[in-house]
Write a protein of this length. Structure first.
Length: 359
C-alpha cells in the first residue's frame, strides 16, 4: 500500500494506515473479488470508546485524504473530541482494485458498484469490532456512498453528512464520465502499464477543470486563454504523480454511472422510497452551481429524506466547494457541519439517546 500512496501534499494529514483483509468478497452482480482488502487511515485512538466515531468516505479518483479539509483541531471532525476512520473505496488503488489485484488484475477484475463499496466498508468495520457509528461523512461519490449507507444500514449511524451527492446518478454525470473514459481509453490503446503521464492529457481538462469548477472560477483564475493550456499540461503531470491508475478510475466511474439507492434490496427501483427509509439525521450540502453532480440531484434527495437539512453555498468553485480548493467553502462547511453535529448531539441527549457510540 505504501508504494501506491500519493505523495503528501499541503493540507494532507499523515495518520496511521491499516489494510484489513476481508477474504472472498461476493459482489451484488454475483461475481466475486478474490483476496479482497480494505484500506483506511485512523485519526485518534479507536480504543477511546467514550468519544464519538465518524467514518469519512473517499470520492472518485481519491484516497482517504479526500476529507482532510474537515479533519483537525477546530474543524468539523476534530480528533481531540472524536475518532475518525477515513476509508478507501474499492477501486482506488489502496483498497483492492484492478491495479493491485494479484489474481484478477486489470480488466480481469470484476465490475463493482457503490453498494459493493459500502458493503466492503461494513465488513472492514466488523473486522474492527465496530457495530455502530455516530456520523458518516462523504463528498461527491463519498456523499453518494453516505446516502447509500443510510439506506442499506438505517440503524447503523446517528447522522449523515453528504456533500454534493446524488441518490441516483444523473444522465449528465454519466455523460461526463463517459467522455472522460473515452479520453483515457484512447491514450491507453496499444500500451501496457505502467502508463506514461500523457495518458491523462485528455482526462485532465474535463475532470480537473470543466466538470468540477465553474466558468466564473476559471475566468478568475486565468488571466487569458493562453494561460489555460500550460496549466493543463502541468496538471496532467501532477496528476500522474498522484499514482492513480487509469484502469482504477474507469472501474470507479462505471460504479458511479450505475448508482441508484432505489435499486437497493427491497425498494424495486423506487429512489424516493429508498431515501424515505433513511432514519439518520442528514445534512446535504451543495454549491449553487455544480457541473458534475447537478445541484438539482442534491435538492431532490433532500426533499425525500425525513429528517434532512439542506445547505447551499454560494461559491464559484462548483463541485469543488466540498474540498480544500475552495478555502471559503471549506470554512463554511466546517462551521455548518460542526454546528449540525452539535445540534444533533444535544437533541439526542434531550431524548435520552446516547451521545456517542460504545463499541
Amino acid at each position: 500500500m505504501t508504494d501506491r500512496h500519493p505523495p503528501l501534499q499541503d493540507g494532507y494529514i499523515d495518520a496511521p494506515h491499516r489494510s484489513v483483509a476481508i477474504g472472498r468478497f461476493a459482489l451484488e452482480s454475483g461475481d466475486t473479488i478474490e483476496d479482497a482488502f480494505v484500506s483506511c487511515a485512523v485519526h485518534g485512538d479507536l480504543a477511546e470508546r467514550d468519544k464519538p466515531l465518524a467514518i469519512a468516505l473517499s470520492a472518485i479518483g481519491s484516497t482517504h485524504h479526500r476529507l482532510d479539509f474537515l479533519i483537525g483541531p477546530g474543524r468539523a471532525l476534530d480528533p481531540a473530541y472524536m475518532r475518525i476512520i477515513a476509508i478507501d473505496a474499492l477501486g482506488n488503488g489502496l483498497s483492492v482494485s484492478p491495479s493491485n489485484s494479484v489474481r484478477q488484475p486489470g480488466m480481469a477484475f470484476p465490475r463493482f458498484g457503490i453498494r459493493d463499496m459500502v458493503r466492503s466498508q461494513r465488513r472492514l468495520l466488523e473486522e474492527l469490532a465496530i457495530d455502530r457509528v455516530d456520523v458518516v461523512v462523504g463528498a461527491s461519490m463519498g456523499g453518494m456512498q453516505a446516502l447509500q449507507w443510510g439506506v442499506l444500514y438505517p440503524q447503523f449511524m446517528a447522522s449523515i453528512v453528504a456533500l454534493t451527492p446524488m441518490a441516483r446518478t444523473s444522465p449528465w454525470a454519466a455523460a461526463i464520465n463517459h467522455a472522460a473514459r473515452q479520453g483515457l481509453q484512447a491514450r491507453m490503446q496499444g500500451r501496457t502499464p505502467p502508463y506514461a503521464a500523457d495518458v491523462w492529457d485528455a482526462w485532465v481538462p474535463l475532470m480537473q477543470l470543466c466538470a468540477v469548477r465553474t466558468p466564473m472560477q476559471v475566468d478568475a483564475q486565468f488571466g487569458s486563454p493562453a494561460d489555460v493550456e500550460p496549466w493543463m499540461a502541468a496538471r496532467a503531470k501532477w496528476w500522474a504523480q498522484q499514482r492513480f491508475d487509469p484502469v482504477d478510475w474507469i472501474y470507479q466511474s462505471w460504479a458511479y454511472d450505475n448508482h441508484d439507492v432505489g435499486t437497493s434490496p427491497g425498494f424495486d427501483g423506487d429512489t424516493a422510497r429508498a431515501l424515505a427509509s433513511i432514519r439518520a439525521r442528514v445534512l446535504i450540502a451543495t454549491a449553487t452551481l455544480d457541473l458534475y453532480n447537478p445541484v438539482e440531484c442534491s435538492t431532490w434527495a433532500a426533499r425525500h429524506i425525513a429528517d434532512c437539512e439542506l445547505l447551499r453555498i454560494d461559491s464559484p468553485w462548483g463541485h469543488l466547494v466540498a474540498s480544500a480548493a475552495d478555502a471559503d467553502g471549506a470554512r463554511q462547511l466546517n462551521g455548518a457541519i460542526r454546528e449540525f453535529l452539535a445540534r444533533r448531539s444535544a437533541a439526542n441527549g434531550a431524548r435520552g439517546e446516547p451521545k456517542s457510540t460504545r463499541q
